[in-house]
Design a protein around this ligand. Sequence first.
Ligand code: UT7
Length: 338
Amino acid sequence: MTAPGRASRGVRIAGTGSYLPEQRLTNADLVAMMDTTDEWIVQRTGIRERRRARIDQGESVSVLAAHALRQALDAAHLRPDDLDLIIGATMTPEMECPTCACLVAEAVGASRAGAFDLNAACSGFVFGLNVAHDLIRGGAYNTIALLGADTLTRHMNYSTAGRGTAIIFGDGAGAAILRATDDPALGILAQSIHASGPGWKDIYIPHRPTDFPSGTPPDANACGYVSMNGSSVFKFAVGTFPKLIEETLHKANLGPADIDLYICHQSNARILTAAREKFGLPESKLHINIDRVGNTVGASVPICLDELVRDGRVHPGMKVMFLAFGGGLTWGSSLWQL
Ligand code: UT7
């Protein structure tokens, strides 16, 4: 392809992919491990099962992400060497160094691509859409692979984690290829990236006793594991999600019904249903797959996107709003003209 000039370029989503580890962790499995019930989990979260990567057998986050990226490349009819850049949205890289994106570049053979990770917890993929889009729109790159991949179950101690925390998370990966196009109308119509530093205490993974917030007694046994104040995050999310939709619509001068699809971070089915009802949206416009995959953190939005693409529910000409919130606290949106 001849890359369009800077002034006349738009951005399109050229291909998507996703991958879930084979091992299932059902509500019945959790009932065997802790004091909970299938009924409670389904009623309070909508989750019936999630997947768990076998880290001890080498099924690490970059392995999941590489599977998703190979699919996305196939869907886009591209070769790994066509990629200029790989951005890995993850909060669970194998190591502090190298990044997940570098490991994926090696795994798929993307020898020309630059690579880096972007960590915004559950918001990472949506923030990454905004970053990758603007890098292409500005003319610096033509073809970027954006990954959303996480293996939070490796930071879960099922015997000591709070019951609310242990039940929601699952592992997975998704990928999207973003490319320059010569139609400037295509790409982002409105976007946002937000954070609230003081909210960090609601979800964190401490590494050493000094990492605990003041007022929380340091616990060496909790180091390396997720600590989450579920009800606080829930209240934050229920309030923030509708405001985020309103803010994004306002920026684009559109109404809720003008959007063809809302692709949202799958944190809890109740949060998604509340937003859907508030805006009077039909079920078909706000996809929920948390029943089958749980909350897959940075992977949840691209897994939803790929499912919708493969079901034939995403078409050129649609307006699609991507939304996420998560640890940090962070929240953001990306409204696309496809
Ligand atoms: O991805 C972004 C980050 N995370 C999130 O978005 C998570 C947002 N939060 C949530 O989804 C929900 O807060 C949870 C699913 C984590 C918890 O649900 P909740 O309705 O907020 O429950 P709660 O923590 O307020 O607890 C209510 C009751 C408590 O019992 P008492 O004190 O009322 O007797 C809990 O001990 O439910 C109990 N409980 C459970 N019972 C059975 C909490 N977890 C469980 C459980 N099974 N798994």
